[in-house]
Write a protein that binds this ligand. Structure first.
Ligand SMILES: O=C(O)CCC(=O)C(=O)O
Ligand SMILES: [Fe+2]
Length: 198
């Protein structure tokens, strides 16, 4: 952590994205993975896209230190109060990047069929240039980025066990991201995205 945390700046236009591959040691990340898998109130919501209803292809949960709800893809989530581990992780992230967050949206990808489609984290409750801090635990997955006005401008990185990815500034105005499905037989992954809801 801190001075010893290796960091990589993604060299993409119209973005401010930094990747910390070893934010947590592998042992610490495994401990958090196991605790969060057991203690978080995972739910599977239904989403409606063009009038058709589908089960979301992953489990999610919302935690927060204020009562502010989070609405995306027509789902309004109400925050649970922070668990001890989740609050601990939030504090470590805030200290490293010097940004404060209120809310954590968690994603649990059970296997390679679970995914998260193309989107920007641009919900109005996040404000103008939202900072998003994303922790990855468990099986590594590809994270794809594509520029909104020039869709030929693309990038992908692997989100490793114990890593932290920070997107801020104008990133969400110009880029979309996704976690694609994979046909490979792979294990589970937990992702934590810290956000500031005003
Ligand atoms: O699972 C991830 O790494 C990305 C999650 C994400 O983009 C989101 O929850 O908005
Ligand atoms: Fe996102």
């Amino acid at each position: 952590m801190g001075l010893f945390s290796e960091k990589m700046i993604l060299d993409l236009p119209q973005s401010d994205i930094v990747y910390y591959p070893n934010f947590f040691s592998s042992e610490k990340a495994t401990t958090y993975f196991n605790l969060l898998k057991q203690t978080i109130s995972w739910q599977q919501d239904e989403i409606t896209v063009f009038g058709k209803t589908y089960a979301q292809p992953r489990l999610t949960a919302l935690y927060g230190n204020n009562g502010k709800t989070y609405t995306y893809s027509n789902i309004t989530m109400r925050p649970n109060p922070y668990t001890q581990e989740l609050h601990q992780i939030k504090t470590l992230v805030e200290k490293e990047i010097q940004i404060e967050f209120s809310t954590c949206l968690l994603n649990y990808y059970r296997d390679g069929k679970d995914s998260n489609g193309w989107h920007s984290d641009d919900e109005k409750e996040l404000g103008e240039n939202p900072p998003i801090a994303s922790i990855s635990l468990g099986t590594e997955r590809f994270f794809h980025l594509r520029n909104i006005s020039d869709k030929t401008l693309k990038h992908k990185i692997v989100l490793e066990h114990g890593s932290l990815l920070v997107m801020k500034g104008e990133t969400q105005h110009h880029w979309q991201h996704q976690i694609p499905k994979t046909a490979k037989k792979i294990g589970e992954r937990i992702n934590l995205t810290f956000r500031a809801i005003k």
